[in-house]
Design a protein around this ligand. Structure first.
Ligand code: UTP
Ligand code: MG
Length: 686
């Protein structure tokens, strides 16, 4: 059966790159007839098993990969405290091709993943890694790069813990039957070699091809694989606020396949099925249920724009959802075909038709998987770090090393000059910024003085006008009480107050009442007056303090000039530091090689040297180290002495210890930064 998009009337001009699709549309494929003979399939099986053997991950490759992970763990956990770096993907599931990538996940809660990835990308660039790319528009954002020395590609994601579970699932599937691994690797290899295994260019990911392969082994007439996803809620995990059921059966479950086909036969059947019974027309590939689930049942009908529309209309860059649906086993709402574009789908279809027709013409496995885009191939990982040195004379390498030391000394000097210039610029900027702050503070305070003085005068005149002879309120209140008691107390002797006396007391009482009102008002103004005077005094004190603190560096310009200078110097420093790291790495490599050679030589019998002058070595090595730091030329004897005494590292240690003392000195260095001093007493701090 032809798939829908091949039957549609698509303008052939848009399909020139897909010759097999055009051929199929023209009816040149006889899908019904199976032409492969059993001898060929047997040969194919042998070829795939040979290919599989060649893909075995060797000890040096494991060591190299572990070395990269160790290095990354060190720099990442150093930068992101309390983070954890774990490995997942094919390296852990055992489904890695010999040139497969390393997939790493950083668990870190401190900042949003995209921000963390941005920082990681910057760090990796500074660390001299190759082709560092930040991909943030994917479902799981990642940083991709290539380890410069080994050329091994690496992907780093953040808090992508679900992948750890689906990696475990793939691993368990591999353990069920010995044919699973070679089968999946063959599918992945074909997809990779034929350029249809790259989500960044609109084709399936390696993980998607793995799931397609697993599902094929689950759904053939005599299944080779069972379904291991239990979906019984026995293991629920929450990741990024979503809950996932990651329950899965162990790989020792009671399952024995009745299928006795060889890997070659399974591969032949896989591509034949893919070409003739394209599973995506009506179904969803579901390795999490072990079935082909109907699109309708899953609710994953193909959304517009369709593949056929998108291939014809260049403006339709995106494809509608669920073009070739592949369900993620533990994240059932995630369709791995979301990454596809129309060209990608046609390319996949074209390649499926290509391999189908070539299989029926009994082509070799090597021909079937001939690389399509050699320029995109990273090639085999470079595990022998000394490959280029093996044929070289020792003297030649030593000469190279001397040149490297000299180049390094020049770069070291350029870096250190710029670093100290930058530190100075930062110090000046800080000082000027502080000056500007102080000046602002001073003008605010000064601006407050005059209005406050008027207010003081106003309050003072109000206080004085309300009652010039200021009588304290408490005195009036005492007097009022006394008069009130005299007026209201019943006489014990029966003798009442005389009328005149009573009149006088009443009039005194009313007068006291009026005085009380005035006294209260006066007290209010008096307190306000004192508060304002106090404030005024403090402001004046404060202004005096500020004047003392302002440093006379204003003539140097504005702090923004120094900020710009610091920025410019940083921009100049970055490539220099990158170059320095590269040179240091190369120096380390050459030194390691020479050490290795000399340790081999030292196993040969040696003649003892007589009369070696005591302490001469320690005196000379200091001189040699100084020559390295200054970039002066030095002899082969100097180089030998340096190599025997720890190489460039020992020079770095020396400069580091110098740096430590510089840091100490810096601590004691008088700073341009104004310090608080007396200002702690300012009104704001009261
Ligand atoms: P890869 O695509 O790198 O697959 O995804 P791989 O199995 O490591 O294959 P090679 O050897 O690099 O070619 C790495 C892991 O990322 C998770 C899966 O756990 C996969 O094993 N992943 C990938 C997802 O969970 N979802 C995706 O859409 C893609
Ligand atoms: Mg991978």
């Amino acid at each position: 059966m032809l798939t829908n998009f091949e039957r549609l009337n698509v303008d052939k001009k848009r399909l020139v790159d897909y010759q097999h699709v055009i051929s199929a549309m023209a009816g040149n494929y006889q899908f019904e007839r199976n032409r492969a003979n059993s001898d060929f399939v047997k040969l194919l099986d042998e070829q795939i098993l040979t290919f599989f053997e060649a893909q075995k991950i060797t000890k040096p490759l494991i060591n190299r990969r572990n070395g990269i992970i160790k290095h990354l763990r060190k720099i990442l956990t150093n930068k992101f405290h309390n983070s954890k770096l774990s490995s997942f993907g094919s390296f852990e599931s055992g489904l890695s091709l010999s040139n497969g990538d390393i997939d790493l996940c950083l668990e870190f809660d401190g900042e949003p993943p995209k921000k963390v990835l941005k920082k990681i990308a910057r760090m990796l660039n500074e660390d001299g890694m190759k082709d560092v790319k930040l991909i943030t528009n994917a479902k799981v954002p990642i940083v991709k790069f290539i380890d410069t020395q080994s050329m091994i590609p690496v992907d780093i994601s953040v808090n992508n813990n679900l992948s750890v579970y689906n990696t475990e699932l793939l691993k368990r599937y591999c353990n069920i039957d010995r044919r699973v691994k070679p089968f999946i690797l063959a599918v992945k290899y074909w997809a990779r070699q034929r350029g249809i295994c790259d989500p960044t260019s609109g084709t399936f990911s390696s993980y998607a091809w793995t799931l397609i392969a697993i599902n094929a082994l689950q759904t053939i007439s005599e299944p080779v694989l069972p379904n291991l996803c239990l979906k019984n809620g026995s293991n629920l995990v929450t990741i990024g606020g979503n809950q996932y059921d990651v329950s899965m059966a162990n790989d020792d479950i009671d399952f024995k396949s009745k299928n006795s086909k060889s890997v070659g036969e399974l591969i032949y059947e896989f591509f034949t099925t893919l070409a003739t019974k394209w599973p995506w027309d009506k179904s969803v590939i579901s390795a999490g249920t072990g079935k082909l689930v109907s699109r309708k049942e899953k609710g994953w009908e193909h959304k517009k724009p369709y593949i056929s529309d998108a291939i014809q209309d260049q403006k339709l860059v995106r494809l509608g959802k669920h073009s070739l649906p592949v369900e993620d086993p533990f994240d059932e709402i995630h369709d791995l075909s979301i990454v596809l574009d129309a060209q990608g789908v046609y390319e996949i279809r074209d390649e499926v038709l290509r391999i189908y027709s070539m299989l029926n013409d009994s082509n070799d496995w090597a021909n079937l998987c001939q690389i399509k885009y050699p320029e995109l191939d990273f090639g085999a990982p470079q595990l022998d770090l000394f490959a280029d040195l093996r044929g070289k004379q020792e003297s030649e390498i030593k000469d190279d090393l001397k040149t490297l030391y000299r180049d390094l000394a020049i770069i070291e000097r350029s870096v250190s000059v710029r670093e100290s210039e930058r530190n100075e610029a930062i110090r000046m900027s800080k000082a000027l910024r502080r000056n500007a702050e102080l000046a602002r503070e001073q003008s605010t305070l000064s601006a407050e003085l005059r209005p406050r003085r008027s207010k003081i005068n106003e309050v003072q005149s109000k206080r004085d006008s309300s009652n010039n002879n200021y009588i304290p309120v408490h005195f009036i209140e005492d007097e009022l009480l006394k008069v009130y008691l005299s007026l209201t107390k019943e006489s014990g002797t029966g003798v009442e107050l005389s009328f005149d006396k009573e009149k006088a007391l009443f009039s005194w009482f009313f007068e006291l009442q009026s005085m009380h009102e005035h006294a209260k008002l006066t007290r209010k103004y008096h307190r306000e007056f004192l508060r304002l005077v106090n404030q005024q005094e403090q402001s004046i004190e404060h202004i005096k303090d500020i004047r003392e603190e302002i440093i006379s560096v204003s003539s140097f310009g504005n702090f923004t000039d120094f900020d710009d200078l610091a920025k410019r110097l940083l921009i100049e420093l970055n490539p220099l530091k990158k170059e320095r790291r590269k040179l240091r790495r190369e120096v380390g490599r050459l030194e390691a090689w020479l050490r290795k050679q000399s340790s081999q030589d030292s196993n040969r019998p040696k003649f003892k040297r007589k009369h070696s002058p005591k302490n001469k070595g320690s005196r000379d090595i200091k001189q040699v180290k100084n020559k390295v730091v200054s970039g002066d030329s030095f002899s082969l004897q100097d180089l030998d002495l340096l190599l025997k005494n720890g190489g460039l590292n020992s020079v770095n240690q020396q400069t580091n210890s110098n740096q430590k003392s510089t840091r100490k000195a810096k601590k004691n260095k008088p700073t341009l930064q104004p310090h608080r001093g007396k200002r702690g007493k300012s009104s704001k701090n009261i």
